[in-house]
Design a protein around this ligand. Sequence first.
Ligand code: KIV
Length: 282
Amino acid sequence: MPKTTILTLREKKARGERMTFLTAYDYPFAMLEQKAGIDVILVGDSMGMVIFGYNSTLPVTVDLMIPHVKAVRLGAPEVYLIGDMPYMSYQVSIPEAIRNGGRFMAEADCDAVKLEGGREMAHTIRAMVNATIPVMGHMGLTPQSVAQLGGYKAQGRDIEAAKRLIEDAAILEEAGVSSLLLEAIPAEVARIITRRASIPVFGIGAGPHCDGQVLVIHDMLGMFDRTPKFVKKYKEIGAQIVEGLTEFKKEVAEGAFPAAQHCYPMPADVAEELEKLYPPTA
Ligand code: KIV
């Protein structure tokens, strides 16, 4: 499979070919996603919630992310790989944003980094792009601003908020983002943004009109009981895992596992001699 680059994504947008985009946080999932032909993988800061069990993405750091991004790259060398810039890794200053973004590119072999925000991030994005770091903009529901937003709520639902998102998308494109991610906004707003953008636009909870669809891998495979409104569970892997574990527990308790085929054989005479040397104690 040839390596997916930003040119591949742009060509797909031009042809109207809908793209797929999933999160991954480790080698095996990355390998399976590449095998399935997924176009884009994000090592999201959702890792904080999905992998580490935190109740927000805020505690995630660049040092926590980098080893996971490296593992994902090893599992999916051909996929377009995006590293998610965690909370406070790009907001403090432009030099810090460039240094941290550069780590994702140089240490973890990313194709781009993603950061959250609208027009207020334009200067930072321009400086990062000038420093050769491709950036995906993330707008709409931006989980790193959960405290300011007052929860994980859909955005852009009144005329002023919708207009602001549409303007922000144009400002970010002008600042140099190579793609956009829209989270939890009405399909009508996402359609206008996608239509007006010359760069690929991906949506999670942003309706069917985006150039590609994004989901968190653990949500779409049914690893958790929770199901956000915009998630479709394509499998019930969580239930299947519990089923397998319960069967394992039962078979061990009954002595049904391990069976003969799971044990290493030994010549009968050696086994006999061993038994004589070490007879069972009463
Ligand atoms: O961190 C994440 O998983 C995200 C999602 C919106 C895909 O940013």
